[in-house]
Write a protein that binds this ligand. Structure first.
Ligand SMILES: *[C@@H]1O[C@H](CO)[C@@H](O)[C@H](O)[C@H]1NC(C)=O
Ligand SMILES: *[C@@H]1O[C@H](CO)[C@@H](O)[C@H](O)[C@H]1NC(C)=O
Ligand SMILES: *[C@@H]1O[C@H](CO)[C@@H](O)[C@H](O)[C@H]1NC(C)=O
Ligand SMILES: *[C@@H]1O[C@H](CO)[C@@H](O)[C@H](O)[C@H]1NC(C)=O
Ligand SMILES: *[C@@H]1O[C@H](CO)[C@@H](O)[C@H](O)[C@H]1NC(C)=O
Length: 559
């Protein structure tokens, strides 16, 4: 028997849109559920293919009534007293993606406007919140179909109250939590040794705008590939060395008036890191936000246009300058998600006002597709619009099958459905991007499996090691049969932030295709270090030109 192999091109050289036309492909919307019960103010995807959603406990009764209270197990009746009792309702749910179903989760303290990240073993780390929840650390260890797992509050507390703080996983398997309302410090979880406290960060005091409820809350955090942390708040940004607890760089202020951080609430993304420069170049982008005075005016019923501007800046090297460009419309309280194609999806949001209860108007119903590799001025395409407003307290998250889950929205302190312009939004949708169009099916790589996975007792791929993937592909998009590979760290999303979101374009070393059956085997190289990719679960995707496969989970780990 003779088996014939084709050797395929492993190098990623084009921007991935050559070869097929995406003309007229604006994506579409899918309706999933009428009632998630709980506003998905916060969302996080687990490696068991479920999505954790949660709201604030202080909002009172949700639309997910419980038969028995968590904890005491006391029955919840239809009596008025119980119907008003917040403990007779769920405030967090787990959404099963394939079953399109929900189950309630227990929350003991209020995670309102909290932050989160992931441990290297896939456990969600939730930090902070409101009232008794402000110093709490919560864990959620996903268990998939087993259906036993739940939130678990740690006996250890944060040093400071973290309400509107941001979290980022670092290269040493710890998370850093930065800021919070009236808190000008950062701290690490888990604590190093006994009694490690928080560290002062004068930058948070300097960027604090008292007249605008901060305008520097929920700072944007991005872990650079040199292990340093980029922190953006209001209009300014710094680079913090988290090992030495030292600010090592102050970047130029982003041009233009207005602010980008809560409650002005623009959004930010770290563009994909690329093996072709050994993941050296790191570029961040900040888009949208609110005009100066937006909060004060919203309080008087006047809604000022948000910002249209986007700024891009390379944060590595020594030459830092914001390159500015403009969106077709103003945008704030929106999400920016990296798609498997390495393009950025802008979704949800509003055009006027700012974040906070009743502070925004004119929902941004049209997502934008942003291609970072195109020429300035030609990067944004307007996609298919929805008819559901997703403004304050909404969120969106990329799913392993390539869709984007969209939920939430509630500009009120309670669940309100009548007599308001923007009712509490419990409908769940997915945005199905252009690349999932049926007409691209023959190009779509399928049956992706990760081979030579770990070995021995421990699971996962060690930094810098080679590993093998197998998949099938019918037709190649480009004439030189070019296929690319990406690894995506899914975010913890809330308030337009996608904490910990990270995309890596992986090095492919060899690739062959068996002539019969279309099976392709590729040898890839894991990222070189936890600076480039903190240990944990990533979504691995094969991209044929501009058409991605469904993603598979892969874990990167230290030796
Ligand atoms: C991950 O680590 C946390 C903290 O050590 C632990 O509570 C959790 O059970 C672990 N998860 C798994 C899946 O092993
Ligand atoms: C929380 O964790 C503790 C200690 O690991 C364990 O004893 C307890 O059963 C857990 N509770 C829940 C609700 O999972
Ligand atoms: C906001 O909505 C109003 C009413 O629909 C409309 O007249 C106005 O032009 C919109 N403003 C923007 C900036 O879209
Ligand atoms: C809603 O507004 C209408 C007319 O303004 C009023 O009759 C009705 O009672 C209001 N409903 C609620 C639930 O407030
Ligand atoms: C590829 O996956 C599909 C389902 O996605 C399955 O039906 C099919 O049998 C798989 N093909 C092979 C050769 O494993």
């Amino acid at each position: 028997m003779i088996t014939i192999f084709f050797f395929l091109l492993c190098l990623g050289v084009s921007d991935g849109t050559r070869g097929i036309s995406l003309e007229g492909s604006k994506g579409k919307w899918q309706f999933l559920l009428k009632n998630t019960g709980v506003v998905s103010m916060h969302m996080a995807l687990t490696y068991k293919n479920t999505v954790i959603m949660f709201d604030e406990i202080g909002a009172g009764p949700s639309r997910y009534p419980l038969r028995k209270r968590f904890g005491s197990g006391r029955r919840c009746t239809r009596r008025a007293k119980d119907l008003m009792d917040s403990t007779c309702f769920a405030h967090s749910v787990e959404y099963d993606i394939s079953a399109n179903s929900l189950r309630p989760l227990r929350l003991d303290t209020d995670p309102w406007c909290s932050s989160g990240s992931f441990l290297s073993n896939g456990t969600i780390l939730g930090t902070g919140g409101y009232g008794k929840g402000a110093k709490r650390i919560r864990y959620y260890t996903p268990c998939g179909k087993n259906r036993q797992c739940d939130w678990n509050e740690s006996k250890n507390y944060l040093s400071d109250e973290r309400w509107y703080a941001s979290t980022q996983t670092l290269s040493n398997d710890r998370a850093i939590i930065v800021g919070g309302r009236r808190v000008f410090t950062y701290e690490f979880v888990p604590k190093m040794g006994y009694g490690e406290k928080s560290y002062n960060l004068p930058f948070l005091q300097q960027t604090y705008d008292k007249s605008a409820k901060g305008n520097n809350l929920y700072p944007f955090l991005h872990l650079s590939s040199d292990g340093n942390l980029f922190i953006f708040a209001n209009r300014d940004s710094i680079l913090l060395n988290p090992r030495l607890n030292k600010v090592i760089k102050t970047f130029p202020r982003i041009p233009g008036d207005g602010s980008r951080s809560y409650p002005s609430s623009g959004s930010s993304v770290m563009l994909p890191l690329d093996h072709r420069d050994n993941f050296q170049k790191v570029e961040v982008m900040v888009c949208g936000g609110a005009a100066t005075g937006a909060l004060r005016n919203a309080g008087k019923g006047r809604f000022i246009e948000g910002l249209r501007s986007c700024g891009r800046m390379v944060i590595t090297g020594n030459n830092h300058k914001w390159e500015m460009e403009y969106m077709p419309e103003p945008r704030l309280v929106h999400n920016m998600l990296i798609l498997p194609t390495s393009h950025i999806l802008f979704i949800n949001g509003a055009k006027l006002g700012c974040a906070g209860y009743d502070n925004a108007k004119n929902a941004s119903l049209e997502p934008y597709l942003y291609n970072p590799y195109k020429r300035l001025g030609t990067r944004i395409t307007i996609l298919e619009s929805t008819n559901i407003a997703r403004m304050y307290h909404s969120s969106a998250i990329l799913l392993p099958d390539g869709r984007v889950l969209v939920g939430g929205g509630n500009p009120h302190g309670r669940y309100l459905f009548r007599n308001v312009s923007y009712p509490t939004e419990l409908r769940l949708q997915a945005f199905i991007p252009h690349y999932m169009d049926k007409r691209f099916n023959s190009f779509r790589p399928s049956n992706l499996t990760i081979e030579s996975y770990g070995g021995g007792k421990s699971y996962g791929i060690v930094y810098g090691r080679e590993f093998e993937v197998r998949f099938m592909v019918g037709k190649f998009v480009s004439n030189n049969n070019e296929v690319k590979f990406s690894a995506y760290a899914p975010p913890f999303t809330t308030h337009g932030l996608s904490m910990n979101q990270r995309m890596l374009k992986l090095r492919c070393k060899r690739m062959v295709q068996k002539i019969s059956g279309g099976w392709v085997t590729a040898v890839l190289e894991a990222p070189p270090s936890p600076h480039v990719a903190p240990a944990g679960y990533y979504l691995l995707t094969v991209v044929n030109g501009a058409i991605p496969s469904m993603s598979e989970w892969i874990q990167f780990r230290n030796a």
